[in-house]
Design a protein around this ligand. Sequence first.
Ligand SMILES: Cc1ncc(COP(=O)(O)O)c(C=O)c1O
Length: 687
Amino acid sequence: MRKVLIIQARTNSSRLPNKVLLELTDGTCVIQHMYNRAKRCKNIDDIIIATTSNPEDTKLYEYCVKNKIKCYRGSENNVLERYYMTALISNADIIIRCTGDCPLIDPEQIDNFITESQNKEYYGLNYIGNSNIEGFPDGFDMQLFSFKLLEQAYNEAIEPFDKEHVSPYITRVLLNDNYEKYNIPIDSKNYDSIDLNSLHLSIDTPGDYRLVKNIFENIYNKNNNFTYLDVLDYLNTNPTILKLQENKNENLGAQLYLEAKKIIPGGTQLLSKRPEMFLPDQWPSYYQKANGIEITTLDGVKMKDFCYMAVGASILGYADPDVNNAVQQSVSRGNISTLNCPSEVELTKLLLELHPWAEMARYTRASGEACSMAVRIGRASSGKDKIAFCGYHGWHDWYLSTNHNDDSTLDNHLIKGLSPSGVPKALKNTAFPFNYNRFEELLKITDNHDIGCIIMEPQRSEPPVDNFLQKIRNLCDEKGIILILDEVSAAFRLNTGGLHLKLGIEPDLAVFGKSLGNGYASAAVIGRRKYMESAQGSFISSTFFTEDIGFTSAIAMIKKHRELNVGKHIEEIGTYFQTELKKIADKVDIKLSISGLPCFSAFNFEYENGNAIKTLYVQKMLERNILAKNAFYPSYSHKKEDVEFYLKNIEDVFKELKDLIDNNHTSANIESQLKGPLAHTGFQRLA
Ligand SMILES: Cc1ncc(COP(=O)(O)O)c(C=O)c1O
């Protein structure tokens, strides 16, 4: 049995070009160190680098030739083929696969791997890996498989994804997704200062390179035959070394956003995720991982989210395991087909059970789209075009058309400066806004116009006063107006279902979205039968309204929400935050106004240069690895100790701000502390 170690490597990595040729220590580069370490294996017959025939990889090929390392060149994109060809020409029976960005790979473990493959019966399939959950940290990754298995994958794989990578076809199809059981666990003690699951010791970014270089400089020079345990011991004794991995200075996210703005109008798909809305030029902008309340930026920095939690979409927290599990099952059984998915009916029953006044439901993917659907149903049922509305309801024509009446009418409804450009002027005077708690404004509209429906948020910042909601209900009943409650942001925040259940008001239609699928696209319109039936008369139909993930994610979210009483948790956490924030503002003597339901806390610095102070606040929080804004939407994943951590940081930052404000610093001086421009306060065209 000929055993060949094949190291897959190339130089044109976008995040760290030429990484395999960068020097680690001793004047020796990454790939050479890796090769030297692999050479110490006792059970291996040959080692080959498999690189691409792309001209950029010529320097790697020439390096190998010069240093007498065997190197095969093959397809850049069909890596499965490149690997297969390398194995074929080297007459391999058993292949050990490593990647060129893992110079810490441990020769003793490679030998163990081979011994294991010969000993254990269940390895009859001739596959072993080492990167399952209890497995080795990232950076020691290897896989062992037989040539037969590789050849079968090469002959059978059709999907581009299966050809772009070496092992997915083997693990997914040939091992039937059961490959985790062919993983060998790590044999090491528990460490108190490091978490093996989150260690990332392969070289992908400049920060990874700094970390691995440091490890080599400190261990290799004492013992050039070090093992993975030496590496883990070193990190456990010196956990601060891991900070080297944080690529703060590179800000890869800000760089990517500069590219994005050139090819994506507006930079991103959602105004509220534009970096300019937080901290222009400095905001990390993109993430690689999100879990609970933690977000890992492109630079590998772990940040805690104390602002919007995906603009309110992740009510349970990021990557919630129960919702993810439901979605993964949906993906495995097929998200969509010619036939419908039964989950559509199950979700409908669940929503109707939560909202006994409603009798039917329809679905969309996006929340603004669901508002549009509700308005269409409202118009179709009433036979009238004119609408009164209060609050923000999305980007669609019916809504933006109000700015043809007067282009500042939307200013009081969440986003300032929205232009109706591209919206037909024929829609002028079809949608009329009124402010929350201003019943007289609504009366004026209904007196002057033949209004068919009213759409509004049940509550956003101020609580309803003077029987506001009941008066609207009565008005609708008197005049035969259809009342639509837009629950996109408010639902599931303080109770399981629409906030109207808690406020004691029954609409005719209600719209849900955002948190409904805990981050998966899922939105719904529910309502009384007599109105919902109009959806049949008006054509409302779309392919992706039928995909399973939207329904299964919502079912999983609602069930978990109800079982754990998530609304109560959020109310407690949010109330605690608002109370303590006020105490801190009073103690530090900073002028702060706090508003909103406990699930949507917002605060403003009541100074002339409030926006400059807010921008500096965001900058100072970012320096503490906290994603913050002058708003906090708590989720189920925010526990009391998390909020305490944030409040402690708020107190420290407020003291610093207060110092700047008090020492007669003018607006210009506050601004001089900023490392970039001021945050935008509403919609602005990007330069
Ligand atoms: C009350 C309300 N309705 C509708 C929308 C639009 O939702 P989406 O941006 O998901 O389309 C939002 C978004 O913030 C909202 O808060």
